[in-house]
Design a protein around this ligand. Structure first.
Ligand code: HEM
Length: 183
């Protein structure tokens, strides 16, 4: 896993649990934590940090991934401000992850292996995303999607239509009525 994912997870953990929390997790997981954005590190290290956070907080590991993903998304977006089109709505952003964002990620770093996040527009208010990766981090994907709703000011609700971690079909719905009347 690329170091940038550890870096944005650290930011999320500090936001959620406080300044010392990341160091505490590194200590629990017996890791030195020297992650640079372009380095590549064993996936097991991320999973060990998730387990350590689960033990400390009492959340299950899936919920830890969701929380961390949700709070990490703005930091990932900030890292690609160079090529992210302005004025995207949340569905346009999510639909661009597969065809643009993860493609650019691979161009910049051929060693990167981002997951498939394949979009299918079902209706004006629903997008389906199919997550596929041998890493089995679909709860992290759910968190990132929720974080996109927060970040783009268009809250979304998720329903996992099918999935086993390595492949999941996630229905993403936005409430246009509520958003129109709030506007
Ligand atoms: C809501 C939008 C996004 C979703 C659902 C998503 C999903 C994921 C997930 C779940 C992973 C973990 C690896 C795996 O499961 O195989 C991942 C990895 C990654 N993503 Fe995304 N992502 C999103 C947006 C972004 C953005 C905005 C960036 C911009 C930098 C980005 C860059 C990366 C990188 C660099 C990796 C690491 C790949 C590797 O370690 O080889 N993603 N993504």
């Amino acid at each position: 896993m690329k170091g940038i994912i550890f870096n944005v997870a650290e930011k999320a953990v500090v936001e959620l649990l406080g300044e010392d929390a990341w160091d505490d997790l590194l200590e629990d997981a017996e890791l030195d934590g020297d992650y640079t954005a372009l380095g590549t590190y064993p996936d097991e290290e991320l999973l060990a940090l998730v387990s350590a956070a689960a033990v400390r907080t009492g959340h299950d590991p899936g919920d830890v991934q969701r929380l961390v993903g949700r709070h990490a998304l703005p930091h990932l977006v900030a890292s690609i401000s160079d090529f992210l089109e302005p004025d995207l709505d949340v569905f346009e952003f999510l639909a661009s992850v597969h065809s643009i964002i993860h493609v650019e990620v691979k161009k910049l770093d051929p060693n990167a292996q981002p997951p498939d996040v394949i979009p299918e527009r079902v209706s004006d208010d629903e997008l389906r995303l199919t997550y596929r990766s041998t890493r089995g981090l679909s709860p992290l994907a759910e968190g990132l999607i929720l974080g996109a709703g927060d970040h783009f000011g268009q809250p979304v609700e998720l329903e996992v239509l099918s999935g086993d971690g390595t492949e999941a079909v996630i229905s993403v719905k936005r409430d246009s009525e509520a958003q129109r009347s709030a506007a």
